[in-house]
Design a protein around this ligand. Sequence first.
Ligand code: G16
Length: 546
Amino acid sequence: NMASVNVLSLNTLSDLHPKPDTTFTYGTAGFRMKADLLDSVIFRTGIIAALRSKKLGGKVIGVMITASHNPAADNGVKLVDPMGEMLEGSWEAHATALSNAQTNEQVLDYIHVMVSSLKIDLTNPANVVYGRDTRPSGEALVSALEDGLKVLGAQSTDYGILTTPQLHYLTRCLNTVNTPESYGEPTVEGYYKKLAAAYKVLVEGKPKLSPVILDCANGVGAPKFKEFMNFLGDSFAVKIVNDDIENSSKLNLNSGADFVKTGQRAPVGLKMTPQDRCASFDGDADRIVYYYMDEDNTFKLLDGDKIAGLAAMFIIDLVKAAGIDNISVGVVQTAYANGASTQYLRNTLNVPVSCVSTGVKHLHHEALKYDVGVYFEANGHGTVVFSPTALKTIYSTEGSSPAQASAVRSLRALSEVINQTVGDAFSDLLLVETILTQRQWTPKIWDQAYSDLPNRLVKVVVKERSIFKTVDAERKLVEPAGLQDAIDAIVLKFRDGRSFVRPSGTEDVVRVYAEAATRPETDELAFRIGGLVFDFNSNGSGTRPR
Ligand code: G16
């Protein structure tokens, strides 16, 4: 199988992308850091993508250059496997090792290690597609990627500026075109057409809701959603805010899903009245949260947990209404899920709930174990996956009454409107709008399913976040020794108290989550645990949470 690596070309290209004096790690969703440190990493990611494709006999691999919810100065890369999932977990270590090779010779050696240990046939073709978000650093990083792709002679297509979920969609479509599993037309237009057609079926004949006010975080979601509106037409009413992609410093700044979820307040540039229904995308449009203002002007968040609850409730009802009894629904969450949401799912909806580590890659895999798996992180990253058996049932049932037939039609359209490859803010927006339209619900009615326990997220800047090691789906620290005991001792003093600490895999911070019976108790708990972490590993910079 031994075609070999062209060493001369590897050296020449690699010399153009020297490795800085930094140790890289593949994080929650790929490499992510200050954009000016990423050149060599992205170059080598091109090599990894080509190797991955060759390993899979030439299947198309996706590469997305984005730092999603991070500030404008950051960038990063997400790798997409053939069916649109995140890169297989076992390859993350290879990506890390290759990114840390010091010399050209070590890069070559590591390629050889992969070729022999993974039995990669270098004579196989390699096919890679890629895109980027609106960050100004994206263009140069795309050239670095292209150089990396040249090393192993990969065929590639540049899709330009895209949302992350659009690239996941394209990757899956390209790999399934002309097969029974065909996922759709492999173009961005095909993506818009598929989602818009399904949405129109879902809301047909129902009175339209008021326009949703949509905060696009000044990111790629803005131009792309405007494009999408050409396909949604009259079926969808929206008022877009925070759509300035020219002034890149505004990206995610005091806006976007992460800001709204963490700060539990409305983004800049969005004036709410109690009549409004609002939603925020993040910087690459793979997350969404909703919110509204109560009559007494209190801000109310409808986060990923609320979306999961709404979606699970709706799907269970539809399956019942369709007269189908052999499709089971399950929900996957992370430790960040509000305790009240887990109780609602288990005790009111009676669905099984599993808890996994942060990262859609973990949730996605767990969700595939159910006939219909609903997965959402509290931060608004998630989707619904339908198993092949579930789809077969839905498409082979007709329903024996008009009501059943209509429920079946909705289920089919739902499986099309949902981007099953990964969490997708556009698709999740349509999912929520479908349910609210079909039920003629306000966000307040949706919110009444259960009351969130007050909760708070705190970011703590520390000296070395890698010293924090967790187990039990990130709910317990095993290192630094003694810290978990100290946390437990504090939590015990709070009614309904729960708190955990884990290092972020996308930002250089440690995250602290806390919930308790009341708002003041929650804040006190969060700040006491945050202070504890800070004191344990402060680097003298950053501020002690309070
Ligand atoms: C990424 C991942 C999400 C994760 C988030 C935060 O989102 O895809 O699954 O929840 O990072 O991760 P961490 O807490 O490790 O920083 P995005 O939207 O930033 O790509």
